[in-house]
Design a binder for this molecule. Structure first.
Ligand code: SF4
Length: 263
């Protein structure tokens, strides 16, 4: 997982054993199965896993100034929208003051039927410029974690953030911003319906666990968000600053490998 290591691993398939997965979920106190499990079981006989990656990337729209209204996006509006429609709604969102600072909204990218979802806190500078999540140095490290650690590509998973707009100077999200934007992430989780979520860093971990505590206390425990197992680990930006923490990240991801039956 060294930053100087070349990227490798282009195989986006996952090896999957449904029986192993059921047993792993039972360990989380969950009896949740994906709606397309029957198809997965059929595929497992051929050791084929993820659906063909389908690019759900939707770049955000540039916004010059906004006047944020009060409250959250109406839940009933999001309920009836697919991922692409929610992304278009986000592209013109003015629910919080961050709309005044963004170059682009950053919705999410990857497989809209992914088994594994990664959630960070908010877009970085390069993400804001490109309208895509994790495309800066943190994103390059996440790509290496995926390819070298999990043997996955970013097209086979779904990647997003709690906030869809970059906070000034890339500061941590404010509670009111999370309150305003969180319903978009909820809708993404519902549409993608992942079997596991990896929370990258404290803000994402606090949102997905509902616990206002340190990352140290959140790591290494089993969490569940809306019926989906959640694993907490370090944000790649932190790993760039503290490379010695990569071992802890790798340790955290072992439960992902075990629970999803990745090989
Ligand atoms: S951060 Fe979220 S709630 Fe705030 S303006 Fe951007 S999309 Fe809307």
């Amino acid at each position: 997982m060294s930053e100087s290591d070349p990227q490798n691993g282009t195989d986006s398939s996952l090896m999957f054993d449904p029986a192993l997965h059921d047993r792993a979920l039972a360990g989380w106190g969950i009896r949740r199965r994906r709606g397309d499990l029957a198809q997965e079981e059929k595929n497992s006989e051929e050791n084929i896993l993820l659906n063909s990656p389908e690019d759900s990337t939707l770049k955000g729209a540039s916004t010059a100034g906004c006047t944020p209204p009060e409250g959250n996006p109406p839940v009933d509006v999001l309920e009836n929208l697919d991922l692409d429609s929610i992304a278009r709604l986000v592209a013109s969102c003015e629910r919080c003051g961050l709309c005044q600072h963004r170059q682009n909204t950053v919705f999410g990218t990857g497989n809209p039927s992914a088994r594994l979802m990664f959630v960070g806190d908010s877009p970085g500078e390069e993400d804001d410029l490109q309208g895509l999540p994790f495309v800066g140095r943190s994103g390059q490290l996440l790509d290496r974690i995926l390819s070298q650690g999990l043997k996955l590509t970013r097209d086979s998973v779904y990647i997003t953030n709690v906030l869809k707009c970059r906070p000034p100077e890339s500061r941590d999200p404010l509670p009111e911003e999370v309150q305003s934007c969180g319903s978009y992430l909820d809708a993404q989780i519902e549409r993608v319906s992942p079997e596991m979520i990896v929370a990258l860093g404290k803000p994402a971990a606090q949102f997905l666990t509902g616990e206002d505590t340190s990352l140290k206390r959140l790591r290494g425990r089993k969490h569940v968000y809306k019926g989906v197992p959640v694993v907490v680990t370090h944000h790649p930006a932190f790993l760039l600053q503290q490379p010695q923490a990569k071992a802890e990240c790798w340790h955290d991801l072992q439960v992902v490998i075990e629970t999803l039956g990745l090989k």
